[in-house]
Every structure is written in structure tokens, then in C-alpha cells.
Design a protein around this ligand. Structure first.
Ligand SMILES: Cc1ncc(COP(=O)(O)O)c(C=O)c1O
Length: 427
């Protein structure tokens, strides 16, 4: 508490990203190891936030740390190209179906911002389509009806962004192919890009309907619009080749981040060479970054991709099995408490909504019971399990989560469901 009071004096809300704030106050982490976080008061938490999905291989993964330690001796930033960046880009290109060429950047926000600029530069069109509740970082063009912290704190349209800036951003409901077709019929020739989270993971977890992504691909192809998969969360999580591999849909461009950096700031945007050749200095779309391709981040990223490539045959099915087990447990227990819930999982992601209705878009998600979710979150925290504090986020499993961790989790989940049930108001 004292640390929180101190933090609030120099950091808005005491945090460096709004999603980290929750009532009454967030815990401050001292260190992390494997699947656990340890706070400044010496309390241990089993972590299902995993730095909002970035830590697929667990905290302080020894293989990543060893690689990084070796790199630190050689310098941390050069401002000139390295063979490492080339090797890293080649590896990404081999595993991510659409990434013929790319630029490495430092954050997902940068990646989506530049991907959209590249798409506009390539098509010479102004408009972009995003989907209600999808979150693509905190830059002006996409901070319109955005998910994640923007949804949690009721600021999906931020102050400080002039209406003129977002007038070329069209927002449509996710999973609604008819709405998309109608928009394209009306103004398809003006639409530079469609940007989408192939699986929505910033308003809880929402899966694409059968053939939705395939249809998205077809329509964008018909109109010469650049399809951008924002794979900042799904990349390397759904499969080594992300949602592109999982669903067998190849977009024109993709953005990658989180897992890609192995716990260090790193992201990438890229796609068809024909589009990426327009980036400066070969083309007239400007993009730059002092820290882009940082050798420490690239080293951590390379170690991550090597580990994933080596272990993917067993690693992905094991992670998916764990998420399915938690989903089944939640559904069974909720049924026994006569609690109306929806639980969704895919690969190593899962999330629960307190509602009787199927969730297919952000509007549906908004109708889930937030009071119950808050009781569920706080009881989990009390039990020593940390999930993202908001209904509008997703839980993440890592390779460091053991069978014992899962057993511990199911006990805590049971208490949390009972706590949620207690908040039920009798009609
Ligand atoms: C799908 C998606 N895109 C983009 C971003 C922005 O990434 P960053 O926080 O690294 O800027 C996020 C962050 O949560 C995200 O989930």
C-alpha cells in the first residue's frame, strides 16, 4: 500500500500501463521465476497473466537468460545492422507464412502503426477497417472502440485524438461478414487495409466463427485491400506460425510482438515483399527507430524461436491440453453451482464470462456480469493466483505451468466461482 501511495505521486495511477491498475491497489513485483511472481511483501502468485501473453516460455527462462547474458558482454545497442537481425528475420520468415519481408520494431503499437502506414502507402487509399473491441496498441488511428485497458477504463475513444484523425477509421462488428460485405460494396475502392486480431483477445477471448477469416481473406482480395493480421497475441501462441498456420489463412501483412521478444521489447511488421519494398530507404513510406532490432531483444527472440521450433510437436498440444482442462473444470464447476458462464479456450489462451449468452463480439462481451468477474478475480488473488484483472483481457498459460500448478489452480478456481456465486442478486 505504501509503495502504491508513493507510486501515484510520480506515475499516473501508480502504473506505467493502465491495464496494471486494479482496486484497491496492484501488487508490486519483486521478481519472477517460471510460472510464479513474487511481490514486494513476499507473497507468491501463480501467474496466468504472463505479462499479457509475452512470457510463453515462463519467467526467467534459463535458455533465454543464458543467451542474453552472452550478448550483454558484446554490447547492447549498435545503431548499425547485425547478422543477428538478418538471421532473426530469416527465421521469422520461415515460420510465419506471410512474412516475406519485415521490419523489427520495439513494441506492438509501433508495429500496427507502421503496418497501416505501409498498407496506405502501397494502395494509395485512405480508409482502414478495424473491428469493435479489437485492440491494436495505443496510437491514434486505432484507438477507436478499442479493447483492453481502453475498454476496461471506459475510454475506447481517447481524449486527445482529433476526430479528423480517426475519420478514416471504419469500425465494424467482429464475426459479421455481412456488415463487412456491405461496407466493401459501398466504398471498397477506398479501403487501404482491414486490420484484425484473428482471435479477439482484448475483450476477453472471442473466437472467429467458422470460415470468418477465410471470408475476410476473400473479400479483401476482391477489392485489392491489404489484410493485416494483428498477431501480437496469437503469433507463436496458436502455433509456431500463429493464427495464419492455425486457421490456414494467409494475410498480406502481419504484426508480431509479445512472445517474439522472449520478455524483451521487440515486435515486427511485415508481409508481401511487394508491400514492404515501399518502406524507406527502398521506398517512400517512412519508418525508423533507434532501438529497432536491438541486439539484446533479438537474442532473446532468437532463443525463443529456436526453443519453439525444437519443441513444437509436443509443446503446442501440451499447452492446448492444459487450457482445455481448465476450461472443462470451470464449466463443470459453474454448472454444479448453477452459475451461467461461457468459457472459451484456444491453444494456450482461455477466458471465462459470467453470462448465459454465447459471446461472438464485443457487444456480447459487454453484457457479461462484471461484478461476478471482479469477485472471481479478487478471490483468485487471495488464493495466490493472478489473472489479468479485467474481464476484457485473456488468461495465458506458459510452458512453465506444471501439473501441480494446475491442481493448485483448480482449487483456487473453485473458491473463485463460489465467491462469484455469492454476488448473485436474487430476482
Ligand atoms: C493484439 C494487440 N495488438 C497490439 C498491441 C500493442 O502492443 P504493445 O503493448 O507492445 O504496444 C497489443 C497489446 O496488448 C495487442 O494485444
Amino acid at each position: 500500500m505504501m509503495l502504491y501511495e508513493r507510486a501515484k505521486k510520480t506515475l499516473p495511477g501508480g502504473v506505467n500501463s493502465p491495464v496494471r491498475a486494479f482496486e484497491p491497489y496492484p501488487f508490486f513485483v519483486e521478481c519472477a521465476q517460471g510460472s510464479k511472481l513474487y511481490d514486494a511483501d513476499g507473497k507468491k502468485y501463480l501467474d496466468y497473466c504472463m505479462a499479457y501473453g509475452a512470457m510463453l516460455l515462463g519467467h526467467a527462462n534459463p535458455e533465454i537468460l543464458d543467451a542474453v547474458k552472452a550478448q550483454l558482454q558484446k554490447g547492447t545497442l549498435y545503431g548499425t545492422p547485425t547478422e543477428l537481425e538478418v538471421q532473426f528475420a530469416e527465421t521469422i520468415s520461415q515460420v510465419s507464412p506471410c512474412m516475406e519481408m519485415m521490419r523489427l520494431v520495439s513494441t506492438g503499437t509501433e508495429a500496427t502503426m507502421h503496418a497501416l502506414r505501409a498498407a496506405r502507402g502501397y494502395t494509395n487509399r485512405k480508409k482502414i477497417i478495424k473491428f469493435d473491441g479489437c485492440f491494436h496498441g495505443s496510437h491514434d488511428n486505432v484507438l477507436v472502440k478499442a479493447g483492453s485497458g481502453a475498454a476496461t477504463f471506459g475510454t475506447p475513444n481517447s481524449l486527445g485524438i482529433p476526430q479528423e484523425t480517426t475519420q478514416n477509421t471504419i469500425v465494424l462488428p467482429y464475426n459479421d461478414i455481412e456488415a463487412l460485405e456491405n461496407t466493401f460494396r459501398a466504398e471498397g475502392q477506398n479501403i487501404a487495409a482491414v486490420i484484425v486480431e484473428p482471435v479477439m483477445a482484448n475483450v476477453g477471448l472471442i473466437l472467429p466463427k467458422t470460415d470468418y477469416l477465410q471470408n475476410l481473406r476473400k473479400i479483401t482480395q476482391t477489392y485489392g485491400t491489404v489484410l493485416i493480421f494483428d498477431e501480437i497475441i496469437t503469433g507463436f501462441r496458436l502455433a509456431l506460425g500463429g493464427a495464419q498456420e492455425y486457421f490456414g489463412v494467409k494475410p498480406d501483412m502481419a504484426t508480431l510482438g509479445k512472445v517474439l521478444g522472449g520478455g524483451f521489447p521487440l515486435a515486427a511488421f511485415g508481409g508481401k515483399s511487394e508491400i514492404m519494398q515501399n518502406i524507406s530507404p527502398t521506398g517512400k513510406v517512412y519508418q525508423a527507430g533507434t532501438f529497432s532490432g536491438n541486439p539484446v531483444s533479438a537474442t532473446a527472440g532468437m532463443a525463443t524461436l529456436n526453443y519453439l521450433s525444437k519443441n513444437k510437436p509436443q509443446l503446442y498440444p501440451q499447452l492446448e491440453k492444459k487450457a482445455s482442462e481448465l476450461k472443462k473444470f470451470l464449466l463443470d464447476q459453474a454448472t454444479s453451482y448453477q452459475l451461467p458462464v461461457q468459457v472459451y479456450s484456444i491453444a494456450s489462451l482461455y477466458q471465462l464470462f459470467f453470462t448465459a449468452q454465447d459471446i461472438t463480439n464485443y457487444d456480447d462481451a459487454k453484457h457479461s456480469n462484471q461484478t461476478m468477474f471482479s469477485a472471481y478475480f479478487h478471490e483468485l488473488l487471495k488464493q495466490g493466483v493472478f489473472i489479468p484483472p479485467s474481464q476484457y483481457e485473456t488468461c495465458f498459460i506458459s510452458t512453465a505451468h506444471t501439473e501441480d500448478d494446475l491442481k493448485f489452480t483448480t482449487n483456487a478456481l473453485d473458491c473463485a466461482l463460489r465467491a462469484a456465486a455469492k454476488t448473485r442478486t436474487t430476482p
